[in-house]
Design a protein around this ligand. Sequence first.
Ligand code: BG6
Ligand code: MG
Length: 221
Amino acid sequence: MNKKAFIFDLDGVVVDTAKFHFVAWQRLAAGIGIDFTHEENEQLKGVSRVDSLKKILQWGNKTLSPEEFEKKLVQKNTEYLTMVESLTVADILPGVHDFLLQLKELEQPIALGSASKNARPILKKLGIYDLFDVIVDGTNVTKAKPDPEVFLNACDQLGYVASQSIVFEDSVAGVQAANAASMISIGLGDPKILHEADEVFDAFTSMPENYIHSLLKKHKS
Ligand code: BG6
Ligand code: MG
């Protein structure tokens, strides 16, 4: 059988944690007098913790000393982790578990390609850590999405090349990273926001029957 490297983003693709990142950043921003919207939040999705805070400060035209900046990063993550404590398997996004199991059945290689430094504990908490053959997360990369480093590293570790790789992403930065690597990009979310993706679905449950088989034959457009 044909094989491809299947690479999944974590937050907003595998698990419903994008909303926690949003709330944690919004509270932190409010504390320093900065307001931002759902639309602006799209620009934070997929973006590293440091780059997210830089963007928020830019929006509010504010600067922080290096010490304050570091303190805010810790504050955001502490708040985020408090919300993550309540995560259960019910927060795995619809259809994802089944999709991963189908890939396993077909002996297709699976990787995680996430900007998050919390990826490993979250996957372990949800009992799906072992479904991934390779995990590349925010602790393994130096360049944040939209740089393709995270996905190139993942496909490389799986022993595949970029043209044999398929990336599942909910963020504009992540879709751009996959495209920059010349990988097939499948968006999960709003097609208007993720218009740069090769295909977009609102959820894994909306993918057509036998979608994996058609992906195995698909080439980058
Ligand atoms: C991405 C999220 O997956 O990880 C971003 O979409 C987040 O919102 C980034 O900023 C870094 O995550 P963490 O958990 O290391 O702060
Ligand atoms: Mg994401």
